[in-house]
Write a protein that binds this ligand. Structure first.
Ligand code: URA
Length: 221
């Protein structure tokens, strides 16, 4: 592993440009390109998957293959589009033959994900599958145990909700999983609503004038 220093880029775009030449791990050798992430750089909701596959590696965009089509459908089911959220992966480069990420690759790539989180400042991070869930929760509990259970965490210096969900690819292998995914996705709007900042004071309704009629006339007693 070569320890390329992390660029102190101030914007997500600048940081992504600097990460495009990353050689922090062996995956740099076999990739077509770094798949940094895509979507709204100011999104309240961020998804973190596992690693780019064949199509993602070719196109440079996360979740554009079959699992991506499922993700699009699940997003549409809760009235969200890709442009509303930010989508990234634990690994930014495709592992050969789509094998599992190795611990040293996760460790080498982790600073990229944490910097993305710092720059995007999401309120909710939905982790898709085991690798993202274990990395960001810092706990070894698998997705079957923890899916659909939000937890408040401090990540990259920010307090946010971590919300583990099955990886959409699970529904490609086990179609019954689609129902579980749909019901976990259905909670996303509520979780986002629960974390939104309170309305600014200007937007609050004007205070109502004090009641002037005697209380008896108003039927209060
Ligand atoms: N699976 C992932 O975890 N990420 C992708 O980008 C595509 C498939």
């Amino acid at each position: 592993m070569s320890a390329m220093p992390l660029a102190p880029a101030e914007t997500l775009e600048a940081y992504g440009a600097s990460a495009a030449g990353c050689t922090r791990c062996r995956l740099a050798q076999g990739r077509t390109q770094v798949v940094f992430g895509a979507g709204n750089p100011r999104a309240d909701l961020m998804f973190v998957g596992e690693a780019p596959g064949f199509h993602e590696d070719k196109q440079g965009v996360p979740f554009v293959g079959q699992a991506g089509k499922l993700l699009d459908g699940l997003l549409a089911g809760v009235q969200l589009r890709r442009e509303d959220v930010y989508i990234a992966n634990v690994l930014k480069c495709r592992p050969p033959g789509n094998r599992d990420p190795q611990p040293d690759e996760i460790e080498a790539c982790e600073p990229h994900l944490f910097r993305q989180i710092e720059l995007i400042e999401p309120k909710v991070i939905a982790t898709l599958g085991n690798f993202a869930t274990k990395l960001l929760s810092g706990r070894p509990l698998g997705i079957t145990r923890v899916h659909g259970q939000e937890q408040e965490l401090t990540i990259a210096g920010r307090s946010l909700l971590l919300y583990p969900i099955y990886h959409p690819a699970a529904a490609l292998y086990t179609p019954a999983m689609l129902k579980v995914l749909e019901s976990d996705f259905a909670r996303l709007p509520g979780l986002l609503g629960a974390t939104l900042d309170p309305a600014p004071l200007e937007a609050m309704p004007e205070p109502q004038p004090a009641v002037t009629a005697p209380a008896e006339q108003l039927g209060l007693f």
